[in-house]
Design a protein around this ligand. Structure first.
Ligand code: B12
Ligand code: SF4
Length: 456
């Protein structure tokens, strides 16, 4: 059914469930969808949001009887239910879960909506595709006869898969304004769209009743070309937001919405030439907030001024890219950081009073040509530097250079279910990567060091 007044259009935006063996709310917010909300509203379209991953939704607590407490700086555990395993992972001794709203709550929310003209569903990780298709099937069941379109990162990385399995009526791959315009065209909603959305519009956090944290981006894209990464190819060119505009977004979140923790989601934060100006302006605002960098930042670009500004702005989580201490492997995959860069950056941060409670190192395990000993050496290097080591297993991402190599030599079957590429499942079957035992050993060494460094 379509909304009454001819020209008034209503679009429902949905952040779907995560279905996986593990997930944690590490400052997650569907910032792409929140920008889309702003773009649509700016074009005169009414928007509604159902964020299945909102831990602070007041109805969720009533519905489940659980209070979702925040742990480390506004992060926390999702509500989850064990669900039946997809066929491809039946033999793996791990439980498969649906993270986010229980299905009855999702249905209740969908039933309460006014008449909707179309549904925009977003998607993030390729290996979360079961959450996308299951969510779409519930939406289809509850709001019958309304077109459902899908976009986002999964839809952009493997559009054919999304077209075939998601259950959406149409899939719009791509970043920026183009997929949104194409989706509106498909829906017959021809509107004037703000092309410069990134400079003039603000992610639409109004949809949330309670906000424990928020995320912002100051730039899109990345000028580097790491072989295992899809980030750079998604956005194409590097584009930075207007500094004053970003400061306004942050100020509003802190002063009007009382947000205490803000995470930056940029691909290449320190590459943005405007980032220091932004920090400088933020420092002057003296906001009552804490800032976090969950994505590894470009260690080589961290200078004295940035370290000082991080302190002045109250940064609490600084994840420095170290990746590997094997120089050969580094050269082949992206050549963006050396051990010397890392030590220099750590010294600069230490001299501003940052220690192991704030600084961690982003180490990658399973880069091509990297051995167990390489990863162990990286962990030990962190220990010597007084930095908490964090192991991130590489996940082969469809479409990347590395993906092409791994599928060409038969290391990874091209038609593999994307779920099996997730870092928790990969070690069960990928013969060319580190084994489950090896990874567990590395993680427990890293954990012991973390305990030693942070419990002093
Ligand atoms: C922020 C980020 C994170 C954050 C949060 C992720 C999250 N769940 O939200 C953190 C730090 C936690 C993270 C962790 C990881 N990440 Co990450 N991350 C990103 C990053 C840099 C940005 C995503 C983002 O918010 N972009 C900004 C918004 C504005 O863009 P957007 O959401 O895409 O929306 C736009 C369009 O897509 C479109 N759109 C969106 N929805 C819709 C809907 C419709 C209908 C339409 C028409 C359009 C549309 O419009 C929006 C505006 O243009 C991307 C890289 C990238 N550039 O995309 C990697 C990326 C998604 N991450 C990736 C990886 C590999 C990881 C890790 C596995 C790394 C590791 N080894 O530990 C972990 C996994 C953790 C986990 N299990 O969640 C991969 C994807 C892997 C995959 N197989 O899908 C990416 C692509 C980077 C890469 N290395 O190639 N990540
Ligand atoms: S891994 Fe980081 S530096 Fe390399 S291309 Fe991706 S976003 Fe850029």
């Amino acid at each position: 059914m379509h909304s009454g007044m001819k020209d008034l259009k209503r679009i429902l935006l949905v952040n779907p469930w995560i279905e996986d063996v593990a997930a944690y709310d590490y400052w997650l917010k569907p910032i792409g969808l929140l920008y889309i909300s702003a773009i649509l509203r700016n074009a005169g379209i009414e928007t509604h949001l159902v964020d299945c991953l909102d831990r602070h939704d007041p109805e969720l607590a009533n519905h489940t009887g659980h209070l979702f407490v925040d742990r480390y700086y506004g992060t926390g555990k999702f509500y989850s239910e064990v669900i039946s395993k997809p066929e491809c992972m039946k033999w793996i001794p791990r439980r498969f879960k649906r993270y986010g709203f229980p299905p009855e709550l999702l249905r209740k929310k969908l039933r309460k909506l006014p008449e909707i003209d179309a549904v925009f569903v977003t998607s993030i990780m390729t290996y979360w595709h079961y959450g996308v298709s299951d969510c779409i099937s519930v939406i289809r069941d509850e709001i019958q006869g309304v077109p459902i379109v899908l976009g986002g990162i999964y839809a952009s990385l493997i559009p054919d898969h999304a077209q075939r399995y998601s259950g959406a009526d149409a899939v719009f791959p791509g970043m920026g304004i183009t997929p949104i315009k194409r989706a509106l065209q498909y829906l017959g909603m021809n509107r004037k769209i703000e092309e410069n959305w990134f400079r003039f519009l603000k992610p639409d956090y109004d949809h949330y009743e309670r906000l424990s944290h928020a995320v912002v981006i100051t730039s899109t894209g990345c000028p580097f070309r790491c072989s295992y990464c899809a980030g750079w190819s998604l956005w194409g060119s590097f584009n930075q937001c207007d500094v004053t505009h970003t400061v306004d977004i942050i100020k509003e979140l802190v002063e009007e919405r009382n947000v205490k923790d803000i995470a930056f989601f940029d691909d290449a934060l320190l590459i943005n030439p405007g980032f220091k100006d932004l920090l400088d302006m933020l420092a002057r605002e003296d906001l009552d907030a804490r800032f976090h960098l969950p994505n590894g930042v470009h260690t080589r670009l961290l200078d004295e001024q940035t370290a000082r500004l991080f302190k002045q702005c109250n940064f609490k989580t600084i994840n420095l890219a170290l990746e590997t201490v094997n120089e050969d492997v580094m050269r082949k995959t992206g050549d963006k950081v050396s051990s010397t860069d890392f030590s220099r950056a750590v010294k600069l941060l230490n001299s501003q009073g940052f220690g192991p409670k704030e600084i961690s190192a982003y180490i990658i395990a399973n880069l091509p040509g990297q051995s167990f000993q390489d990863v162990k050496r990286a962990i030990e290097f962190c220990e010597d530097s007084g930095v908490v080591p964090k192991i991130n297993e590489l996940t082969p991402i469809p479409g990347t250079e590395l993906w092409k190599e791994l599928t060409a030599c038969g290391s990874i079957p091209e038609d593999i279910d994307p779920l099996m590429l997730n870092n928790s499942l990969l070690p069960y079957w990928w013969e060319d990567g580190l084994s489950l035992e090896e990874l567990q050993e590395l993680k427990s060494i890293a954990n012991v060091i973390k305990e030693q460094l942070t419990n002093v």
